[in-house]
Design a protein around this ligand. Structure first.
Ligand code: TMP
Length: 252
């Protein structure tokens, strides 16, 4: 009988290099590469609504959480579970950690309610192999650690008060408190071609999300692993591959 594949998620704040690293890891493992939101035709439609809704039609916080989880349910049922069943590994660019970070810590929705919603979305689909767990969460979550000032141009104002060196391992709360919000730079000047709806959120939202990732990582040490995402793409890729291949969940 074929052993089920392993499910690996890349997580991190916007601009952490997740997508490139997910691609490189999937290629190294010969795994299925996918993403949330997206990853299925329905998911791509939800992604468009979620990330590019007009401000007047922006979903409420709960609607947003439900839509991200609807995307996830479809993703698990039609891409992730079928691949894992046939023994393929799956690498996803974002997973449930993003819901906890953005909708939980960012929007302020209760984490226990979000966890219940995530479990519902990730439940093993009817008819899937019993080798798969009842709730299909990633076996390994790689958190890419980037200094906030490197990953988010909204934070450049913090440089003046010492925020430049901030990373998930090393925060400077006094810098956050003294940030001057009076001259928010237009967020449509990002070098990568303009922000999506969540990237366009206020600075405080970004700080809450960025900081929450460290908490999420330490709350589930058996699943999450923190990887230093500074340095060249190849250096980071080597660290990611090392972290994943030595993770206990990857052992046969
Ligand atoms: P990305 O594809 O560039 O990572 O963008 C996806 C955006 O969606 C990013 O800002 C994070 C956000 N997001 C959530 O808010 N909740 C979620 O559950 C997921 C998967 C993504």
């Amino acid at each position: 009988m074929t052993a089920r594949g392993r499910y690996i998620a890349l997580e991190g704040f916007d601009g952490s290099g997740k997508s490139t690293q997910a691609e490189m890891l999937a290629s190294h493992l010969d795994a299925v590469l996918t993403r949330e939101p997206g990853g299925t035709p329905l998911g791509e439609a939800l992604r468009e609504v979620l990330l590019h809704a007009e401000p007047s039609e922006a979903p409420s916080a709960r609607t947003e959480a439900l839509l991200f989880c609807a995307d996830r349910a479809q993703h698990i049922a039609t891409v992730v579970a079928p691949a894992l069943e046939t023994g393929r590994d799956v690498v996803t660019d974002r997973s449930y950690g993003s819901t906890l970070a953005y909708q939980g810590y960012g929007r302020g929705l209760p984490l226990d309610e979000l966890r219940a919603l995530i479990d519902y979305a990730c439940r093993r689909p009817a008819g899937a192999s019993g080798d798969l767990p009842d709730v299909i969460l990633p076996d390994v979550v790689v958190l890419l650690d980037v200094p906030l000032a490197d990953s988010d141009r909204r934070v450049h104002r913090l440089d003046r008060v010492g925020g430049e060196q901030m990373s998930l391992l090393e925060t400077a709360p006094e810098a956050e408190q003294s940030a001057d919000h009076s001259e928010e730079e237009p967020s449509d000047q990002r070098p990568d071609g303009g922000p999506d709806r969540l990237e366009g959120e206020e600075l405080e939202f970004a700080l809450r999300v960025w900081r929450s990732y460290r908490e999420l990582c330490s709350a589930e040490p058996d699943r999450w692993v923190l990887v230093d995402a500074t340095g060249s793409i190849d250096e980071v890729a080597a660290r990611v591959i090392e972290a994943v291949s030595t993770h206990p969940a990857m052992a046969d």
